[in-house]
Write a protein that binds this ligand. Structure first.
Ligand SMILES: [Zn+2]
Length: 187
C-alpha cells in the first residue's frame, strides 16, 4: 500500500472516508460470496489497515461474527492491545448494539458508517449507544458516507435472495405437480 500524506482539511478527510468506505464495500462482497449478508468493516490507524472483517455469522455458527467484531479482533491482534486508541472503524452498515458496545470497549476514536439501519442501528437510528451521555467513552460518528452505494449493495443482495427463494418454491411446486399430477397449488 502506498503512503499517502493527507492534509488535515475537511475535504481531504471526506475523500479519505470515501476511499476507506469503498474498501469496506469490497470486504462486504466477501461476505456475499460466502452467502452472508454483505457487511464489511475496515479498521484504520495512521492511515494503515490494522483490521478487516466481513459478516461471517452463518459460516462460523457465531452470532457475534459481525464485520465490525472481526475487524476489531484482528486490529487487537495487530497492535497487541485490546485498546485501539485513535483508530477509526469504517463499516458499510450502521453498527448494532453488540458492535457499538465492542467499539466502546476498544476505545476507538471514531466510527464511519455507510447505510443507516432503522431497525437495529445503535449509532443514532434505533438508539445512540456510541454517544450515550452516561457512557465512559464517547465515539465520534460520521454517518452516510457512500450511503446510497452501501444501501444498494444490501438491497441487491436481499432482492437476489428473495428471487432465489421464489425460484426454489416454484421448482418445488413444479416437481410436486409433476410427481402427483394433482395440480395442487398448496396455497
Ligand atoms: Zn453488529
Amino acid at each position: 500500500m502506498t503512503e499517502v500524506e493527507v492534509s488535515v482539511t475537511e475535504l481531504a478527510e471526506m475523500n479519505d472516508d470515501e476511499r476507506w468506505m469503498e474498501y469496506a464495500m469490497t470486504l462486504a462482497l466477501k461476505a456475499q460470496e460466502e452467502g452472508e449478508v454483505p457487511v464489511g468493516a475496515v479498521l484504520v490507524l495512521d492511515n494503515q489497515v490494522i483490521g478487516e472483517g466481513w459478516n461471517r455469522s452463518i459460516g462460523h455458527h457465531d452470532p457475534t461474527a459481525h464485520a465490525e467484531i472481526m475487524a476489531l479482533r484482528q486490529g487487537g491482534n495487530a497492535v497487541q492491545n485490546y485498546r485501539l486508541l485513535d483508530a477509526t472503524l469504517y463499516v458499510t452498515l450502521e453498527p448494532c448494539v453488540m458492535c457499538a458496545g465492542a467499539m466502546i470497549h476498544s476505545r476507538i476514536r471514531r466510527v464511519v458508517y455507510g447505510a443507516a439501519d432503522a431497525k437495529t442501528g445503535a449509532a443514532g437510528s434505533l438508539m445512540d449507544i456510541l454517544r450515550h451521555p452516561g457512557m465512559n467513552h464517547q465515539i465520534e460518528i460520521t454517518s452516510g458516507v457512500l450511503a446510497d452505494a452501501c444501501s444498494e449493495q444490501l438491497s441487491a443482495f436481499f432482492r437476489f435472495r428473495r428471487s432465489q427463494k421464489k425460484a426454489l418454491r416454484l421448482a418445488e411446486r413444479a416437481a410436486q405437480t409433476g410427481e402427483t399430477t394433482s395440480g395442487n397449488s398448496a396455497e
